[in-house]
Design a protein around this ligand. Structure first.
Ligand code: S0N
Length: 266
């Protein structure tokens, strides 16, 4: 596969996957998702790989979710290579491969982790953040939602009240605040982020791969039902993206204006 949207590197047993679209703050489009799935599957299949690091190119953003500029008026994202009937992004498959790869995945959050980009770090096994990183969901502001791992699993980590606050208010949280709520494992200076992520990955690589695999699947098993919620949520999202209400959120973001959802309150 030609890797236009990501960088993929394998070194000393560690696979590093970098979302490489800094011009749009590492927002993902259909091709980005497919390339991420490809890299995670390759790392899964490679017996020399013991841990995976997911990060973003540059200093500004880890990932800011779906690329609003490739979203069309009706039905979601403008991408023909995905599975039919969905939102035009194989995001559900990406979530599953991050959860199911039998090796720990570390998110090295180097800037904004927002919207669908925030969900990616939530699903990773561990998160190390740069001091300047900012975290948050934007769905209800831009006419979108992630009712599965992005919200139900988030609530398992930070608690129900906090998860509701994060989604209902769509505010941004600092790396220190996220560490306080158990959403980030460690905060380091920006220039030390990749060194620390590599350090943790090296420690993991020295451990029993079978023990790590069974532990990961054991942690996952307790929240496996959330996959069903994800399916329902993505199917609902495909319908919601066809509405004027959802479209108002996308248009307001593109046009850099205040969003107006008042007329959709019935
Ligand atoms: C990251 C933010 C807060 C940065 O703000 P700041 O510093 O004011 O910079 P901007 O001028 O806003 O941004 C700089 C340039 O980058 C572009 N850009 C930023 N984010 C995106 C994006 N997601 N798509 C396309 N372009 C983006 C800006 O447009 C700007 O470009 P220029 O210079 O040309 O104007 C701020 O940028 C921000 O809030 N970004 C939007 C984040 C966002 O809303 N993402 C989508 C979130 N969606 C959801 O939450 C839905 C739920 C979900 O998780 C999901 C589930 C399934 C499938 C998809 C998604 C999904 O993520 O959509």
């Amino acid at each position: 596969m030609q890797l236009t949207d990501i960088l993929y590197d394998k070194h000393h047993g560690i696979a590093t996957i970098t979302i490489n679209r800094p011009d749009v703050m590492n927002a993902f489009r259909g091709a980005t998702i497919q390339q991420l799935i490809y890299a995670f599957r390759d790392a899964w299949d490679d017996v020399k790989i013991g841990a995976v690091i997911l990060t973003g190119a540059g200093q500004r953003a880890f990932c800011t979710g779906g690329d609003q500029k490739t979203k069309v008026d009706v039905g979601g994202y403008d991408f023909n290579g995905g599975l039919g009937g969905g939102i035009g992004l194989e995001i559900e498959q990406l979530h599953l491969v991050i959860r199911n790869i039998p090796k720990p995945v570390i998110a090295a959050v180097n800037g904004y982790a927002i919207g669908g980009g925030h969900v990616l770090h939530v699903i990773c096994d561990l998160t190390i953040a740069a001091e300047h990183a900012k975290f948050g969901q934007t769905g209800p502001t831009v006419g979108s939602f992630d009712g599965g791992f992005g919200s139900s699993y988030l609530a398992r980590i930070v608690g129900d009240k906090k998860a509701r606050e994060i989604w209902y208010l769509c505010e941004q949280y600092s790396a220190a605040e996220c560490q306080e709520m158990g959403l980030v494992n460690k905060v380091v200076a920006g220039e030390l982020l990749m060194d620390e992520a590599l350090n943790w990955a090296q420690k993991i690589c020295a451990k029993s791969p079978t023990a790590l695999k069974i532990l990961k699947y054991s942690f996952n098993a307790d929240t496996a039902n959330i996959q069903g919620i994800s399916q329902l949520s993505m199917a609902s999202l495909a319908l919601f993206y066809k509405t004027d209400e959802s479209n108002e959120g996308r248009e307001a973001f593109i046009e850099k204006r205040a969003v107006n959802f008042a007329k959709f309150r019935k």
